[in-house]
Design a protein around this ligand. Structure first.
Ligand SMILES: Nc1ncnc2c1ncn2[C@@H]1O[C@H](COP(=O)(O)OP(=O)(O)OP(=O)(O)O)[C@@H](O)[C@H]1O
Length: 252
């Protein structure tokens, strides 16, 4: 059995009378990609925000590792091993690629204020930042200004910054958004590499990428899960075809 790194049970988020997420349960396993798909407004971003602590749930429970993190603020959940990327690129544009990743790594340095440990931390952070830059295929762009690199490279950088915090669980919100074909292919390759040792939740509209990457799929419509299973099971599900995939096909 794969190791469960994050478990959400019966999550609900209400905004006034609207249940944006309605009694949703998901599990994220090490070495597996769990894609969450659904039409606009289905509740995918709200679910991501609940798991990352950006929004407190109205009901339900979130366990990270063996720890109940329900209601924890995002910073504390992040320190517990959860990293997330946002739909909107979230980089420091005037800084170099290296500086962005280095700062992200430093933000997780243990005991950063203790001067005796500073030198060791400095070296460890630099090593982690460099490994992350290489893993994300950005070594040739290390000294480039983040605001000047291509959109696809900026999305790779954002993932590098997320990885530099040393997460075990990754929540990626539309990492392929706005990418051309070649950039999307590079990102798919990167996500396949990151599967190793991480549990990943992927919210993505690009169905080719989703079916190329996902080990498990959850389909949401109007805040609820209408299907969950392997990509083959979900593709064959009549409810999904009429509620979502048929609609996608119709749009080409
Ligand atoms: N802060 C908020 N206050 C009120 N309603 C909200 C809030 N955030 C989201 N909603 C509503 O909750 C529902 C789910 O939105 P959400 O953004 O989670 O959907 P989504 O599946 O991520 O959509 P998309 O694919 O377009 O990003 C929508 O009806 C949205 O208008």
């Amino acid at each position: 059995m794969p190791e469960v790194l994050l478990k959400a049970e019966g999550l609900t988020k209400r905004f006034g009378g609207l249940a944006a997420v309605n009694n949703v349960s998901v599990e994220l396993w090490r070495d597996r990609i769990h894609a969450v798909i659904g039409p606009n407004g289905a509740g995918k971003s709200t679910l991501t925000n609940l798991l990352s602590g950006d929004l407190p749930p109205t009901q339900g429970r979130i366990t990270l590792g063996n720890i109940d993190v329900t209601g924890w603020p995002p910073e504390k959940i992040s320190r517990q091993g959860l990293g997330r990327s946002y739909q909107k690129t979230n980089i420091f544009a005037p800084f170099s690629v290296w500086e962005n990743v280095r700062l992200a790594a430093q933000s997780r340095a243990p005991h950063a204020a203790r001067w005796l440990e500073k030198a060791t931390n400095f070296i460890a952070n630099n090593d982690r930042a460099m490994r992350t830059i290489e893993l994300c295929g950005l070594e040739n762009r290390k000294n480039a200004i983040a605001g000047a690199i291509s959109h696809g490279e900026q999305r790779q950088l954002e993932i590098a910054m997320t990885l530099a915090t040393g997460p075990q669980v990754l929540l990626l919100d539309e990492p392929l958004a706005g990418m051309g074909v070649a950039e999307a292919e590079r990102m798919v390759e990167l996500l396949l590499k990151l599967k190793k040792d991480h549990a990943m939740m992927l919210v993505e509209h690009d169905m080719d990428a989703v079916f190329a990457l996902a080990d498990h799929l959850t389909v949401m419509v109007n805040g609820q899960v209408i299907a969950s299973g392997t990509p083959a099971d979900v593709r064959a599900d009549a409810n999904v075809q009429s509620a979502y995939l048929g609609e996608e096909d119709a749009h080409g």
